[in-house]
Design a protein. Sequence first.
Length: 422
Amino acid sequence: MKTGSYFETAILTICLLSLTASCKTENKKTEYTPWGTVIEDGETGDAEASDSSSSASNFSLADIENNGELIMLTLSGPSTYYDYKGVGLGMDYLLCEKFASSIGVSVRVELCKDTLDMINKLKKGKGDLIAYPLKKGKRNDIAYCGAYQTSKEKDSDQTTASVQWAVNKGNKSLEEALNHWFTPHILANVQKEEKRILSEGLIIHKVYAPMINAAGGVISKYDHLFKKYAPMARIDWRLMAAQCYTESGFDTYAKSWAGYCGLMAIMPGTAKELGIPVSSLTNPEINISASATCMAKFERMFQDIGDPFERLKFRLAAYNAGPWHIRDAMALTRQHGKNPHHWDDVAESVLKLSDPTYYKLPIIKCGYMRGSETVNYVSKIMQRWSSYCGSARGGVSTGNGLSPDFDHSIPQRATKKYKYHV
C-alpha cells in the first residue's frame, strides 16, 4: 500500500510538471524592444545588455523624428546644462535645443553621474546623444560628432585636446546630421545669445519710482492689491511690494527672455499649472494673485523651518531659484555641520552650488545653480521691505524689517525668547 502511494505521487508530479511546461510554452508572448524589433529566443537574460546595445545602435534619426523627442545625455554645469527659473541654460543645452529645433523635435535632458554613466546609457539606448565635450579616445563603440572641435584644456603633452559630442556608432544618420548642422557660425551665435541672456538688464521694463509718496505711506498704485492678496501668501503687504519692485520695477508689462512676465514675474509654466492663460499675466490682479498662490505653496513646503521669520527668506529664495535647489543647499549645509534652518548658513551653501566641487556631490540632486543671484535677491527684498516698513502707514523701521504696526498677516516676534505668534 505504501509503495503504491509513492508510485502514484511520482506519476502525479511528472504530469503536473509537464502541464506547467506546456502552459508556459503556450502562453509565451512576443516581446519587443523599445525600438519595435522582436526579441528572439536567447536574446534575454545574460545577453540582455548586448541586445540593448545592438538595438540602440540601430535607432536612427528618422526614429527620433517620429518620436518627436531628442534625449540629451549630459552632466550638470554652467557650460553644459542647468535649470534657471524653469528654463534650461548652458552652452551644450542651447546648442542641442537649436539642433532639435532644426529637425522638428523637442529636447529632453537626462542628467548623468559622470562620463562613464553617459556612455553606458548611450549604449543601452537610454539617450540619443551625449551633449558634453568628450575628449576623443580610442573607443570604437561610439561616434564623435557635432559640436566642439577643440578644447581650451590641455592634455599631458600640452597639446590642445580635441573634444566633441557623441552618438552610437551605428546611428550614422544622426551622426551625419549633427556634423552637417554644426558650424562655427552656429556656435558663435549661440555664444552670443547666452551672453545676452546672462548679461544685466534681462527684464525689459519701464523705470518707476520705488515709492510714490513716502510721507503719505503710498508705495505704488498696486497697494490695494498687495493688501488684498498678502494674507493669502502669509506675508506682509509691504514685503509683497518690495518683491514686486525687485521683480519688475512695478511695470505690469515687464518681460524677460525666459518668458516670465508681469508685476511678479510669473513663468508661463506656472501660469499653466494654475490654469491661467499666459495672455492674462499682464493683468495686475491676476499676476499678483498667482504670486500669492506660489508664496503660500512655499510656506507649506518649508514648514520644517520652525522660525517663521527665517522661513520667509527660504520662501523668497525658492521663488527665485526653485524649491529643490534650496533643498540641495540645505542638505549641503547640514553635511558641513551648520544649521540648515538658518538662512545665513544656507546662503553660504547656495553660493557654493556654482562650484563643481559642491554641485557634483552625490547629495546634490539638481546640480549647478547661479547662487549669487538668489542670495542677492533675498537680500534686496529684505532691505527694501525694511525701508517700506519705515514709511508705509507712517510706521518706524526697527532695523530688522519689522515695524511697530506690523501687519497681522506675517508671524511676529513675541516678547518671550523662542516664541512666536501669528
